[in-house]
Every structure is written in structure tokens, then in C-alpha cells.
Design a protein. Structure first.
Length: 589
């Protein structure tokens, strides 16, 4: 590691009480020239080291090792990168280690190099080590004696199965029935097994153009597994899937990695990226954290066990590299927040709507100013149809429509050819009132980019900003967490809370990331029924009752990590699973 550009000093009460900073300064050689390397912050009286005057002598740590600790802040490593896209462009340092017969998870913010990792390990990108030209053998030599050496030596023979983040491309590439597509790519005779395990029977006769976002995600995953390969990479495999489907997919990917198919010749290498931490925890065996400066440089951490790795990511401090990449740890609430007393906005009647193949019935309820109601339920159960009826977009068979203005962020991030050529500033429209929200979502830095050039996470933030900018009484966000990283999801929760409270409007958020729903919602509406056949919407209720109602139907319980409070899925029929089900405590304990 090079000398860091900045050094933070963590002090304790011993330093504050005894003012040992003066003693430490007297020991430091640099102070003899009249320049202080250590100062006391006037705000909170904590000690800091001046990044411009510190010479890295280490005397301050030796003088009081219990009271003071030097921590590096993210900086590009003093070594050749694995790959650099050009002068002053993004650079990636280190590579994760693929593991045969195991699932390796990549955790980190968007724009930190996860796609570059994929392209290198799949053989699609020859790393240049920051130089104009480099031989492949030179790259291999860099990893001589490590597990990566054997992998890279055999990379030309690697057959890659890649489930892209952009699943909409599948509909552009293939037309016809789902069954035709899956049978066309079936090289390993896995069609029957995968269709059964992912419960795809009802989709086989559907045309590809008719699939919803969740259905398309399942087909993309199925096609990747059925096609076969030596190295599988699943980029956000749970986006658009409901909670039950997410764990169904996680089980199937684990089966794939462990060589669980009858005709598997050998156990493959498997890597995943997922920002739903509960699923990532359930799915992976070990993780690599990617940190640095998004869009500038990314560093791959050493591998860690999945629980320790995810907790390290949330804490923001990597012990092995002695680097703090986040100011404050992310800690989750262990108890449900109580609903706030808010001024009533509207009361809505019972709604009913019958389509040719689907029937929906929703109980009456209320909507308050400045609140967000989270909506949970399986895909195809009528969640979006309900809000569209409430706002007058769809005429109900029973129930009084409210003359409200609806601003809708759809589930699928689809735009026309004309919209794709627009710059972000023009696509969002009037941003006078939403400028602060756009800054929090980091969309302002995208203002001059064309919509068609954006990544999935960037596009999601732009779609949310556009929904906020439109005049509305009710805000409806369908799957706003898709493609956003963990920190962006928490920022989204703060943005929506501030927005509805400031304007006195109300919002509905449909999402399948339980932590997002927990963070953003004041109350919950749970939808039961049979997907694509019958939906039943329950009235809004408090978070604890709503979560327990939903997870009891799904049959999944969560325990709490003692360090971070994050929810971790219990294994089916484990001791904790049985105990929590008996007590009716599925999410909050």
C-alpha cells in the first residue's frame, strides 16, 4: 500500500481527558520545524492528522497505541492496475478469485468495476495493466503461484454463461414462445429440470413479447443455466422477482454451482452480483468487496466468508487493507417503526376489477398526507392495477375513483428511440423544486449524458427523478430499488420521506427488497391470492403486522445479525425457523 493521501485518527476518551495530543506532538520530528501534524477539531474535540504535514512516521501510534489508530482512506494503489481504460480513465486494481463448486459474490457500489471484472474473467477483455500493449503471459505472471494463475492459463477454453443486468435485450433478440427459446439453447438436457425447479410451466406457451419484468428475469436465468458452461456470471438475478421467487432462484444457482445436475461433467465457477443483501447472504459462499471511487478507480478486496464480508461492507472498514471507505457504518433497525400521526388526505372505497383471466378485490382504506405506503405481494397479484384504479388510470367495476394526479415510475426502464437520444436534463424536465432530490440521487452529474448511454442504476435514478419532477398528488414507484446499490437504496428512502413530508403528498412504493420496504414505508398493504388468477388487497396496516402477514404466507423467517441488525434468512425447518414461526415473529424479533 502507498502512503495514503489522507489519514484519519480515531481517538477515545483517554485522549480527550488527558490532552495527550500535546505530548504526541512533542515527540513528532516534524513539529520541531514549527508545523503541527495533529490538531483538535473544534466541533467535537476529536483528534485529526493533517494530510499535508503528516510524514507517516508512526510515532503518534507508538506513543499511545490504545488511544489512537491510523486508518487509510481510499486511494489508488501504488502498483500497476489490472486494467485501465485510458489516460485518466477508470482503473481496476486486483481481481476476485473464482472458486470451483462455490458461489463467489461481488459486493460494492455501482460504477466500481464489477462489469470490468466480468469481462476480464470471461475472456472478453484482455487486461492491459495500465500500458498500451501487454502480452497475456505477462498478465498470468502477475498471478503466479495463486489460484488465479491456473484459471487465467485456461481462460481460452472457458465457456461462459452470462445473465446480463439488461434483461430487456432478450425480447429484442428472440421472438416466439418461451418454450421455443429454452429448447433452442438447451445444450445439456436441462430443460425439464430447470422448468420444474423455477416453476416455469405456466410461461412456456407465452410469447416472449408478452412477458412481464419478473417473468423475463426468470426466463433469462433459466436460459443461462440451460445453455451450460464452465463459468457462470449472474448480474442482479433477483431484480423484478418477488420474495418467494428470489429464494427459488438462489436455491437453483446454488444447485448449479455445486454440480447438482445429473449430467454435470464438473463443478463450474459461479459469480453473482446482487444488492439485496438478504439474498446475497443466502446465495454466496464468500464475497469480495469492491471499493474506491466510482467511475475513477476500483479495488478488489481479499475474499471473506459471506457473513463477515457483508458485515465488513456495511461497516465500511476493511481490516486487511486498513481502509475506511465509508464515513459511518450502515446499521439496520431491529424493531418496526411506529406509524406517525398524519393528516388524512383521502379515504378510498373497496375496489373490484375483473379482466378476462384475472380478478382483483381490494379492501377500503385511508391515505394520509406525507406518508408512504409500501405494497408487498407476489408478481401478477394486482398491486399496480390497484394504484392505477385509485388514481383514475383504470376504471374499476366497483369503487369510487379519486380525481388525483398520478406520477408513475414503471417497473421496466424502457424508453423510445427518441427518448434515448435526449440528454438527461431534458428528459427529467422541470427540476426547480426537485434540485435537492436530484443531487441526493446523484443525477445532477448525469445532466449532459444521453439517456441511452446510462447504466441500469443510473437509468433507475433518472426515472425516479423524472417521476418526482412531474406534477402529482400521488407518487407511485414500481420496483425503484432495481439496479440501485445498498447505499443508493437507503438514500432513496430518505429522499422519498423528505419529498412527501415537504409537499404534503402521498406515495406508494411497490418493491420486493424487504429492507427497502422497511426503510421507506410508514404503513403496509399486503396482497394475497393466486398470481395471474386472483388478487386480494388487504387494508393498510402497521409494519410489524404487515411483514408477519406477508412472510407467514411465503413461509420464510429472518433472524437478525447481532453486529449490524440486518435481516438474514433462516434455513427452512431450522431450529430458529421453527421457533420464530411458533411465535409468529417472521421479521421483527
Amino acid at each position: 500500500m502507498p502512503k495514503p493521501k489522507r489519514i484519519a485518527v480515531v481517538d477515545n476518551e483517554e485522549i480527550k481527558d488527558r490532552q495527550e495530543s500535546l505530548f504526541i506532538q512533542s515527540l513528532c520530528p516534524i513539529n520541531r520545524s514549527g508545523v503541527d501534524c495533529i490538531g483538535v477539531a473544534p466541533e467535537d474535540k476529536t483528534l485529526t492528522i493533517d494530510e499535508n504535514t503528516c510524514i507517516g512516521c508512526g510515532i503518534c501510534v507508538k506513543a499511545n497505541p490504545k488511544a489512537i489508530q491510523i486508518v487509510n482512506l481510499p486511494a489508488a494503489l501504488d502498483e500497476d492496475p489490472i486494467h485501465r481504460y485510458g489516460t485518466n480513465l477508470f482503473a481496476l486494481y486486483r481481481l476476485p478469485i473464482p472458486k470451483q463448486g462455490a458461489v463467489v459474490g461481488l459486493v460494492g457500489p455501482n460504477g466500481i468495476g464489477k462489469s470490468t471484472v466480468l469481462n476480464i474473467l470471461s475472456g472478453n477483455l484482455k487486461p492491459n495493466r495500465g500500458k498500451k500493449q501487454v502480452e497475456w503471459q505477462e498478465v498470468i505472471e502477475q498471478f503466479k503461484g495463486t489460484e488465479l494463475q491456473a484459471y487465467l492459463e485456461n481462460i481460452k477454453n472457458i465457456k461462459v454463461g452470462y445473465k446480463s443486468q439488461n434483461i430487456d435485450a432478450l425480447q429484442k433478440m428472440f421472438s416466439g414462445k418461451v418454450s421455443e427459446l429454452l429448447k433452442k439453447v438447451d445444450k445439456e438436457n436441462r430443460f425439464d429440470s430447470v422448468v420444474k425447479n423455477l416453476q416455469l410451466e405456466r410461461l412456456l406457451e407465452k410469447n416472449m413479447k408478452e412477458l412481464s419484468g419478473g417473468e423475463l428475469q426468470l426466463i433469462a436465468i433459466a436460459a443461462t443455466i440451460i445453455k451450460g458452461g464452465n463459468f457462470y456470471f449472474f448480474d442482479e438475478p433477483t431484480s423484478y422477482l418477488d420474495v418467494e421467487q428470489r429464494f427459488l432462484v438462489a436455491k437453483e444457482i446454488r444447485r448449479l454451482a455445486e454440480g447438482g445436475y445429473e449430467n454435470s461433467k464438473q463443478k463450474p465457477y459461479t459469480m453473482t452480483i446482487d444488492h439485496d443483501l438478504a439474498v446475497a447472504d443466502y446465495l454466496a459462499d464468500q464475497v469480495h468487496i469492491l471499493y474506491g471511487s466510482p467511475g475513477v478507480f476500483g479495488i478488489v478486496s481479499p475474499p471473506q466468508g459471506v457473513r463477515v464480508g457483508i458485515n465488513t461492507y456495511l461497516d465500511g472498514y476493511i481490516k486487511e487493507d486498513n481502509v475506511r471507505f465509508r464515513d459511518k457504518p450502515i446499521v439496520f433497525s431491529r424493531v418496526a417503526k411506529s406509524p406517525e400521526k398524519k393528516k388524512p388526505l383521502y379515504d378510498f372505497d373497496e375496489f373490484e376489477k375483473t379482466f378476462s383471466t384475472f380478478k382483483l378485490k381490494v379492501s377500503s382504506g385511508s391515505l394520509n398526507q406525507g406518508e408512504i405506503i409500501g405494497i408487498l405481494g407476489s408478481n401478477g397479484i394486482g398491486k399496480t392495477t390497484f394504484v392505477n384504479m385509485l388514481a383514475g388510470e383504470i376504471k374499476p367495476d366497483k369503487g369510487k375513483q379519486l380525481k388525483l394526479k398520478l406520477s408513475y415510475k414503471p417497473q421496466r426502464l424502457v424508453f423510445s428511440a427518441e427518448e434515448g437520444e435526449m440528454i438527461v436534463r431534458d428528459y427529467i424536465g422541470n427540476t426547480t423544486e426537485t434540485q435537492n432530490m436530484i443531487h441526493m440521487l446523484k443525477v445532477d452529474r448525469l445532466s449532459d449524458r444521453k439517456v441511452k448511454t446510462l447504466s441500469g442504476g443510473e437509468l433507475q435514478a433518472v426515472f425516479i427523478s423524472a417521476a418526482l419532477s412531474r406534477d402529482h398528488d400521488i407518487l407511485l414507484l414500481d420496483e425503484p430499488s432495481a439496479f440501485l446499490d445498498v447505499e443508493q437504496r437507503l438514500i432513496l428512502a430518505r429522499v422519498l420521506d423528505d419529498w412527501t413530508k415537504t409537499r404534503g403528498t402521498a406515495g406508494f412504493v411497490v418493491d420486493h427488497d424487504l429492507q427497502v420496504i422497511d426503510s421507506v414505508s410508514n404503513r403496509l398493504m399486503v396482497f394475497d391470492g393466486r398470481p395471474a388468477i386472483e388478487g386480494v388487497g388487504n387494508p393498510p396496516e402497521n409494519l410489524k403486522d404487515g411483514m408477519n402477514r406477508f412472510l407467514k404466507r411465503v413461509g420464510i423467517t429472518f433472524r437478525r445479525d447481532p453486529q449490524t441488525g440486518r435481516p438474514r434468512a433462516n434455513k427452512q425447518d431450522s431450529v430458529l425457523d421453527r421457533e420464530q414461526k411458533e411465535k409468529g415473529q417472521y421479521y421483527y424479533i
